[in-house]
Design a protein around this ligand. Structure first.
Ligand code: SAM
Length: 330
């Protein structure tokens, strides 16, 4: 069984947002004026999420990532992780997090079936971190990263959104940090997603510029990794003599839509067909209305048929038109 879209791409990866709520408030993710309306009454229940994920795996999805908002804020998240972690066709269950709650959850998550985590960290400077996240505490993230490493959530990936004049001067320091802790560090281009993403257009740094900065400082230590990790869109380099790697995700300057293998499910049951487009299919109405597994599978197949060929980040008029990243989960 496989989900193949109308451009011949096989969908093997589903990212599932379990909440829009977050314990940080990053300025490029949520705009200052964005009001987060309580949507508890519209959320999929944990049972509904687990059911949909099972159905997706029966249709050929092999990898699941839980995200948010901050996924560890969702009540009883460990029971959802256990449920998903025990699905027979799954090859990987991972989680995107800001790490603030990882010191508390990392071991239990590992035992419940999470194989690895992606941690968002844009700066190693406490004051800059507080500004970017509108009040966050960097120390909590750093202990979360240590907890993830100790718990064996390997490889621990750290994602840095690179922003001109904000944190781009920290690229070499972040590489040294990754080297020191044996992390996989990924530099990410800003994306014009949601209102906040659109407002951040002047912060864009193209991947090639990021690479030039890294090479200027670490050239002799970088070994290109020809077999990219997982099936993700990053270009990777191993740092000689260490387990650390750096990767660059160039969603805009060198898009990778032709190998896109993923879809996203929001916490309110919308199946998002492309991160950079508005196209989506409502699964909530069907699941709340008593649809059986076959009906849900038909709806999912119909959605896959509608998956667009590529995002439209290069078309300015489409910027900011999508939902906020805090609802899409990255
Ligand atoms: N709370 C979790 C976390 O911090 O990883 C998961 C949700 S967060 C929305 C997922 C990722 O989206 C983060 O790595 C964040 O940096 C990234 N992100 C948010 N807005 C973005 C934007 N406009 N451009 C690029 N990445 C963005």
């Amino acid at each position: 069984m496989a989900l193949v879209d109308s451009f011949g791409r096989t969908i093997r990866y589903l990212r599932v947002s379990v909440t829009d709520r977050c314990n940080l408030n990053c300025d490029y993710c949520r705009s200052a004026g964005q009001v987060l309306l309580p949507n508890n009454h519209r959320l999929l229940s944990l049972e509904e999420i687990a059911r949909l994920v099972r159905i997706f795996t029966e249709l050929g999805v092999e990898r699941i990532r839980l995200t948010g908002g901050e996924p560890l804020l969702r009540k009883n998240i460990l029971s959802l992780i256990k449920e998903i972690g025990s699905l027979p066709h799954l090859t990987e269950l991972s989680l995107s997090t800001n790490a603030l709650l990882l010191a508390r959850y990392a071991h239990a998550m590992k035992q419940a079936g999470v194989s690895r985590v992606n941690i968002s960290l844009d700066t190693l400077d406490p004051a800059r971190f507080a500004t970017l996240t509108r009040g966050g505490d960097l120390a909590g993230v750093l202990s979360g990263i240590s907890a993830a490493v100790e718990a064996g959530l390997h490889p621990v990936k750290v994602n840095m959104v690179v922003m001109k004049g904000i944190n781009d001067q920290e690229i070499p320091e972040m590489v040294s940090f990754a080297r020191q802790h044996g992390l996989v560090l990924r530099f990410i281009e800003t994306m014009p997603i949601g209102e906040a993403g659109r407002e951040m257009e002047d912060r864009f740094v193209p991947a090639e510029e990021i690479l030039t900065q890294i090479q200027a400082r670490f050239a002799s230590d970088l070994i290109p990794v020809h077999q990219p990790r997982g099936s993700g869109p990053a270009r990777y380099y191993r740092i000689a003599g260490t387990e650390a790697e750096v990767g660059i995700i160039s969603a805009r300057s060198r898009h990778f839509c032709d190998t896109c293998n993923r879809m996203r499910l929001t916490s309110t049951g919308k199946l998002v067909l492309c991160l950079g487009r508005e196209d989506r299919m409502d699964l909530r109405t069907a699941i709340k209305g008593g649809a059986d597994d076959d009906q849900l599978k038909d709806q999912i197949r119909a959605a896959v048929d509608l998956k667009p060929e590529r995002h439209q980040f290069d078309q300015e008029e489409s910027h900011g038109k999508t939902h906020a990243m805090s609802a899409l989960g990255g």
